[in-house]
Design a protein around this ligand. Structure first.
Ligand code: ANZ
Ligand code: ZN
Length: 859
């Protein structure tokens, strides 16, 4: 008997699929469409186990849906712009373009080896001018719609990489790559008006019932809609430019009587106006150190400076409050100014304690005594009754909010308002390896769009990376152009787009990657939305929110018909591995280690030197900890199917999976055992079922009972339980060996194998093809239908009922399904494991809930 040899078999089937072009998706395919997509990878140059897991999941679903009779679209591309290519250029003198395309070429191979059912004819990279040129085209459309604009904004400036960083690229106040301390700077930047869609993006979440709850909540919090009041405070003496007063935003107008100061952001126009005073200027400078993100600002020590200005309280003209500049007030939220109520806001309290400002409680918790209630170091943010608050005394927080808004509106000093935490999306990056922003700056006309017939604006290739900064800015000629509208000397925009723009519409481009416009509407109407999107939860907000926004914007532009790009979303866990260190603390790769067990203890030693290693924690596979295994090596050693099966089998897909050699070896054994069952079957002939043969019938029942749960496990992203069922089934099959089998059992086996080949196909497609071929089937299993279960055979004929005595579970009983209550009662009372618990008791009552449970009351 020939041992199954994945090394020979697997490439043969991949070639057969490619030769028959089976994965090409036809736009005129009349069957119901199913669009499955994994978040496309960054071409780092190496495939990692996370990719293997992510793409295998997608492929299991794709192959299953295909077998279910869908026209499946399963495309693949590369998220190819970004900093790593430029870093490589700076460190190794390679060109970002060459580096990126080489990496893509290097990664395409293992992705193909993985055997995924991808339509490679639709492949593209976001750095292809054909792609980013179309992006420039819709960018200009959105500019016309007013969804793109330019303004001065405070940005995180990395003084070493000489670039603006997104908030999430600032870690503990430092640039994520350079580790340099980040500064705040003002720069004119391009923005996308995502805030126009804030409400719609929140409302749309309600329709996404196939998204994880946690992702929807994260998006909702990120958008952060709040209901509050814009309120103008008048100065006690005139301040130029602020004749009307100072406008603040508050979500707690109920606490107005607890106000003790006003505070403005360091970059508030009033602060800037006051900065002719060197003390103010110095203070503003001090506040500029550190990142612009809220987390950064919340974490920083509270700093303030009294401006010397005062305002009147809106409800008491005799009450004056000081106006401070404070580092914890953000310019781009609300109005960039607040009133501080230290008793009921922790930041305000920290600030008030530091600068000895009054703390006056106005919300009284439940039972507290108004005379004795005090706030110490912890602000009271809970519910309660309003006190110390004039006309609001005795009200609940909600009542007082409404009353305060009403009074402020009546006084014409403000208005109730909805405010969002979400900011417009700053998309300018001072980098080379990105999509050029298609704008020309003319000294007389201002920013002018590049005319459509001059798109794409292609990146110049003769650039240098020997010094930091933006190579496009210092390129000698590229930026010098004529103004498209008046013909005078002008300059190209040298900023490129944030790479999140590239990934916010690629899924729609896959509908027709060769279209002469950004999106082929007819093709997109056919394929969009993506029915199932799969990727990491780290993209819960940015990528997934931007994609939802751009989809809406393009819909409003008439380029698309759907508002939601991803009908279903699944976020998978990570692949982890044990870590190993030398006693000096250097990480060591698993591939360099020999493992033994000595006196029951696992020992790890360096292969070459025999040096003893410390076995550490199980952590996410990462290059820095060297706890990685290369997919290519695993494919080589165990076969691709074994690797695919293992990543699907070991834990629920949303959880982390620990990669172990023992695990993949187990999956490899399954592959060989399945093959052996096919080899053992003596002949493939016409079936003659013999349901009178008890053995044969048992196998047939097991076969038909398997189909539903395996399909279900795929449908419901419970791949591990589907694989567990397949393992179980293999044992049942082995218990009905071919050797010496009755004709009935042989027929049942043949049916079982025919079903099995199709059920394993999504998980181990190469093996499935080999088995299918071995059975003498015509065509390939990739084109076979999903098997249909015979309902009668699949129905459970027996049920297991728990037996409770006085409410405690004491045992279980296997009975015929639908069995009569009296008969079940008799069986239960006669059961040995039940009667032990009844010794010395008198049975008062037996309640049988048919096919569910048996309750016995005894005393
Ligand atoms: C007075 C007050 C009293 C506030 C109180 C809170 C508690 P959310 O709910 O997260 O939207 N705020 C407003 N604009 C701000 C800015 N630009 N930078 C920093 N803080 C700002 O937060 C709204 C609250 O955050 C507002 O309500 C305001 O403080 C503060 F017992 O006003 B509150
Ligand atoms: Zn001009």
């Amino acid at each position: 008997m020939a041992r199954y040899n994945p090394k020979e078999t697997e490439p043969r089937w991949r070639k057969a699929w490619a030769d028959a072009d089976v994965f090409r998706t036809r736009d005129d395919d009349p069957r119901p469409k199913y669009y499955i997509l994994e978040m496309f990878p960054y071409p780092s140059g190496r495939m990692h186990m996370g990719h293997v897991r992510n793409y295998t999941m997608g492929d299991v679903v794709a192959r299953y849906k295909r077998a279910q009779g869908h026209a499946v679209l399963h495309p693949m591309g590369w998220d190819a712009f970004g900093m790593p290519a430029e870093n490589a250029a700076m460190e190794r003198g390679v060109h970002p373009k060459g580096w990126t395309y080489d990496n893509i070429a290097a990664m395409r191979e293992p992705f193909k080896v993985l055997g995924t059912s991808i339509d490679w004819s639709r492949e593209f990279a976001t750095c292809d001018p054909e792609y980013y040129g179309q992006q420039q085209r819709w960018f200009l459309k959105l500019l016309q719609r007013g969804l793109v604009y330019r303004r001065e904004a405070t940005v995180n400036w990395d003084p070493v990489d000489m670039t603006v960083l997104a908030n999430e690229q600032v870690i503990d106040g430092r640039g994520w790559r350079s580790d340099a301390i980040v500064e705040k700077r003002k720069l004119t930047q391009w923005f996308l008006r995502i805030t126009d869609y804030a409400d719609d993006l929140i409302e749309g979440l309600k329709t996404l019932d196939r998204w994880p709850e946690k992702v929807r909540i994260m998006q909702e919090n990120w958008i952060g809609r709040s209901q509050g009041l814009r309120l103008t405070w008048t100065f006690d003496s005139p301040v130029a430019g602020f004749e009307d007063g100072l406008e603040v935003y508050t979500t707690r107008p109920d606490t107005l009587y607890g106000a003790s100061f006003l505070a403005i952001a360091p970059d508030h126009p009033l602060a800037e106006q006051l900065s002719s005073d060197p003390k103010v200027a110095d203070f503003i400078k001090l506040c500029r150190a550190g990142g612009t993100s809220e987390a950064e600002i919340e974490g920083a020590e509270k700093l303030g400076l009294d401006t010397g200005l005062s305002v009147f309280h809106p409800f008491d003209p005799t009450w004056k409050l000081p106006v401070w500049i404070a580092n914890f007030v953000l310019m781009d939220y609300g109005t960039g100014a607040i009133f501080g109520c230290p008793a009921h806001d922790q930041r305000d309290l920290d600030f008030a304690r530091k600068y000895a400002l009054p703390v006056k409680p106005v919300v009284l918790p439940g039972e507290a005594d108004p005379a004795a209630f005090e706030v110490g170091t912890e602000a009271y943010v809970g519910p309660g009754r309003i006190f110390n608050s004039g006309f609001m005394d005795g009200m609940t927080v909600e009542q007082a909010k409404a009353a305060a808004v009403e009074r402020v509106e009546a006084q014409n000093q403000g208005k109730g308002a909805t405010v969002y935490r979400l900011r417009d999306w700053g998309v300018s990056r001072q980098r080379y390896w990105g999509c050029p922003i298609p704008i020309i700056h003319c000294p007389s006309c201002g920013p002018v769009p590049v005319p459509d017939d001059q798109l794409p604006v292609v990146l110049p290739e003769d650039v240098t990376f020997d010094i930091p900064g933006n190579p496009l800015l210092r390129h000698p000629t590229w930026k010098n152009v004529k103004c498209p509208s008046c013909g005078s000397d002008a300059q190209r925009e040298t900023d490129t787009l944030d790479t999140f723009v590239d990934s916010s519409w690629y899924f729609a481009r896959f509908a027709n990657p060769n279209a002469a416009e950004p999106i082929d509407k007819a093709a997109a109407d056919k394929w969009m939305p993506v029915d199932q999107y799969i990727g990491g939860v780290e993209h819960a907000v940015l990528h997934l929110l931007y994609a939802r926004f751009i989809t809406r914007a393009l819909k409003d532009e008439g380029m698309l018909s759907v508002a939601e790009p991803f009908a279903g979303l699944f976020t998978q866990g990570m692949v982890t591995h044990e870590t190993y260190k030398t006693t000096e603390g250097d990480w060591v790769e698993p591939a360099c280690i020999d493992f033994t067990t000595e006196a029951g203890v696992r020992i790890a030693r360096v292969k070459d030197t025999g040096e003893n290693l410390v076995i550490g924690d199980i952590e996410k596979m990462s290059k820095s900890k060297k706890n990685v295994v290369a997919p290519e090596e695993i494919f080589e050693t165990y076969g691709v199917d074994a690797a695919r099966l293992f990543v699907m089998s070991d834990s629920p897909p949303e959880r982390d999976v620990e990669w172990t050699n023992a695990g993949v070896e187990g999956a490899g054994r399954f592959v060989h055992r399945v093959w052996a069952e096919f080899e053992n079957q003596p002949a493939w002939s016409d079936l003659a079922f013999d349901d009178g043969d008890e053995n044969a019938l048992a196998l047939r029942k097991a076969t038909h009972k398997l189909i539903g749960p395996v399909g279900d496990s795929i449908e419901r992203f419970r791949f591990n339980s589907g694989v567990a069922k397949l393992y179980e089934f293999l044992n049942i099959l082995k218990a009905h060996p071919a050797a010496g089998a009755s004709p009935g059992v042989l027929a049942a086996r043949q049916e079982a194998l025919e079903v099995l080949a199709r059920l394993i196909n999504p998980f181990t497609p190469h093996l499935a093809e080999a088995c299918w071929e071995h059975m003498g089937k015509s065509g390939m299993v990739v084109d076979a239908d999903w098997p249909k279960a015979d309902a009668a055979l699949a129905a459970d004929s027996e049920v297991t009922l728990p037996v409770q005595i006085n409410g405690k579970r004491r045992g279980e009983l296997v009975v015929a399904k639908g069995a009569d209550s009296k008969a079940v009662e008799a069986l239960a009372l006669a059961d040995a494991s039940v009667s032990v618990h009844l010794a010395g008791l008198t049975v008062r009552k037996v309640i049988v809930v048919q096919d569910r449970i048996i309750n016995i009351v005894a005393n």
